[in-house]
Design a protein around this ligand. Sequence first.
Ligand code: ATP
Length: 445
Amino acid sequence: MNKIVSIQNIANHVGEQVTIQGWLYAKTGKGKIQFLQVRDGTGAMQAVLFAPNLPPEVFEAGKRLTQESALRVQGTVKENERAPGVPGGYEIDAAHLEVVQIAAEYPITPKEHGVEFLLENRHLWIRSRLQWAILRIRATVMRACRDWLDSHGYVEMTTPILTPAAGEGTSTLFEVDYFGDTVYLAQTGQLYNEANIYSFGKVYCFGPTFRAEKSKTRRHMTEFWMLEPEMAYCDLDGLMEMEEQFVSYVVQRCLEERASELRVLERDTSMLEKVMPPFPRVSYDEAVERIEKIRAQTDDPDLKSLLEIEWGQDFGSPHETELTRQYDRPIFVYGFPTEAKAFYMEPWPKRPEVCKSVDMLAPEGYGEITGGSERISDPDLLLKRIHEENLPEKAFGWYLDLRRYGSVPHSGFGLGIERTVAWIAGIHHIRETNPFPRTLGRVYP
Ligand code: ATP
């Protein structure tokens, strides 16, 4: 057998005899010629079966192939600028075909299917070209996040999934029976990372995160992946500087490495090219004023009602969309009301009703992709906040300890992988950015 090559590297093999192995996703042709569209996981390309070039039984076997049949094709790689595929522009002039399996009738056909049907068949849907492109971008986002952090002195830590206390408010906890006790699936690894920084300085954790979100929005899942860096000796300004460097790097890596996939998705990348530091900074107070102004100026009654806001409330997606409309890159909104945020955030000096929190909002209506803050470093203040929020002091004993032994200003944030991928890939609903999404109404397959 000839050398097996990946379709993504096919340009390096023009004129060579090679083998590609994969699956058939479409087939056309008549008479003496068949065009097989083959995907191999790294890309997709056309194989041309021309009857005079093949033993008759092989040509006939090619005609019988069904969608998703598994196959190997041997032949010569040729350039053909009109040949479809990813990257496209190449085809294989087949000299031999090996049928590995003839697939049974495949339920997902090129016609339009409803999204519920597709989600029910997610185990198959991930093979389709758009889903493949989205999930390849996801892998690059995850790799780029790690690469930036690893090369900037951050140490990767693992944090527990089974936790004794809430990290992010008690309304979205998943309870688990732990030999008769109740524990919770992790909503964040942050509190543990606050311990880790006192050993390593700069750390991050990256893993699945669980929130019993009861709202059905296109930005919420019940299980999602969150990347959480945490830094000792870092204040709110330092945090924003780090975040803008980090997110810009991730976007630029996707543009470099996933150009073909972004093309498959017909993503307009001109906006992504502009994602470079510095990102504009807008205070919460200013943001509320701007939203009120937009509300006052609009004649659209629906928008007027969607944009209703009172000082003290967190933003919903309509607010975020309006706020980011005038920008060509992500923005920071900082200084949220203390009552809208978690208990551990450092209060604003001389303004305890505001905390040193910051959200990064992506442009083009994609909304919040990171949420972070400077954390309280004073033990008495932290205890007071735990009491004010009626949290179980005992469960936070170890967390309070961190403020007793060498406490320093420190900050961190969480970046939602699904929301970041949705923005970069230009996908409306974040469920398509996770291979097997978990949402309010779905845990199958
Ligand atoms: P939101 O207000 O949008 O519900 P949040 O303020 O609860 O988000 P954080 O606790 O700051 O979010 O979490 C950090 C990041 O994790 C968010 O910026 C977002 O990217 C992601 N994230 C949070 N909740 C979800 C979810 N249910 N599904 C997917 N991603 C999420």
